[in-house]
Design a protein around this ligand. Sequence first.
Ligand code: XMP
Length: 509
Amino acid sequence: MQECILILDFGSQYTQLIARKVRENNVYCEIHPYNHIPPLDNNIKGVILSGSPYSVNDPDAPKPDLSGIRGKYPVLAVCYGAQLLVSLSGGKVASAKSREYGRANLSYIDHSCPVFKNVPANSQVWMSHGDTILEYPANFHITCSTESVKACGYSIEGEPTYALQFHPEVYHSTDGFTILKNFLTEVCHCQADWTPDNFVKSCVEDLRRQIGQEEVILGLSGGVDSSVAAVLLHKAIGKQLHCIFVDNGLLRKNEFQDVLDSFKGMDIDVKGVDASALFYKALEGVTEPEAKRKAIGKTFIDVFEAEARKFKSARFLAQGTIYPDVIESAPVKGPSQTIKSHHNVGGLPEKMNLKVVEPLRSLFKDEVRRVGRSLALPDRLLNRHPFPGPGLGIRILGDITAEKVRILQEVDAIYIDGLREAGLYDKVWQAGAILLPVQSVGVMGDERTYERVVALRAVNSTDGMTADWSRLPYEFLAKVSNEIINKVRGVNRVVYDISSKPPSTIEWE
Ligand code: XMP
């Protein structure tokens, strides 16, 4: 049985980060909202209580019944979690004058406390809460302090409970990773067997059990998630897997053929469907970004459904849903758990009476890549930049025509190949070119030109929620700009986008 750490989410912005750090220790964990504590099976090795935007003194602060957990499982209470246990045990938490916010150093550490094994004196920690613990019950023992916060960490006599007012999961807590590791190994005695190889082994067994002899359809996008899902499924059920890859006419240059070729090389059944003409027809005269997304989405569903129906004996539809699509931070108000599901195929499973299979639904993006590596997928595929579903459709501002797509594909290919050649591709998070609905005057030879303008965009980011524009070297920009204008007929000007998100977005539409 897979050992598991249960993370109870009180709505902190850092909860997913705790989960990722636990997983980096090769320990499987699951996030559940504080008000939906799952059944505590034998596989639960410990519980982490997250931070929260609430103060424990707020009238509607989350205060779940922890009697099934405390004293029965090892507990690590972080920030709000630490204050919650104090408050529930009759101590006092308040917003004190001497509270700390941001960086602090541990001026006292009790090295007999197992979570502080190998944590050096004066270790830097990150505080991110307005409240602090002022009074604590007699059976609570201080395990660390800063200059201004005495009860920065504590343990509770007679139960394997450890609490920290700082956030061990954030980068600025220099020894936070060691502290989490100590909790997992010294307190919870986890085996740390959650590795990509083990995941592949158990996932393949689960898929075989779940699917049996039935046939499965999977929509391939050429991206990392659906590719890894395809390879996993193929390993599990071989020829029972049928992939459909739709060319919406808005892919990168040669992408359709490249993807088909690489899957053919792996002996995976992929049906390539060139539906470009249908998409261009649906997009005729459509200029508004959301209307374009809708037209592309609807056409995709129509094409995919028509193709899927051809596999008459299929009983399952596989999707590349990953963990961040499944969890949302606990709704800190209201009892219902919010689950966002990833339905890029509309209501197809219901309509066609297909069961859904989601082999990656417990994985974070970086884990999907590690699993892909363990399945020997090429790095070139695994390290691909994110690419939006509507593709070049939202990078051609204004209406879309086959000719505009061709121009943008050429520009984009020169830019992306250039990034690869210059060793810059893996240094930026996402890059692409945008065709502007603007013409500008230029001069080529003796002739005056009046042609299109393209913008190049490259950003650094970790999750796409915020992003900074990449400081690409001038020499590189000069070289690609020159190459684009010389080689792509119809373009006579290249500009570089130097806006960050927020306030700008990564895509222009
Ligand atoms: P923005 O433009 O919102 O983009 O800063 C953030 C990330 O999301 C991608 N993106 C999309 N992906 N369908 C998608 O599948 C879309 O409609 C869409 N719009 C933006 C974008 O490429 C970036 O990675």
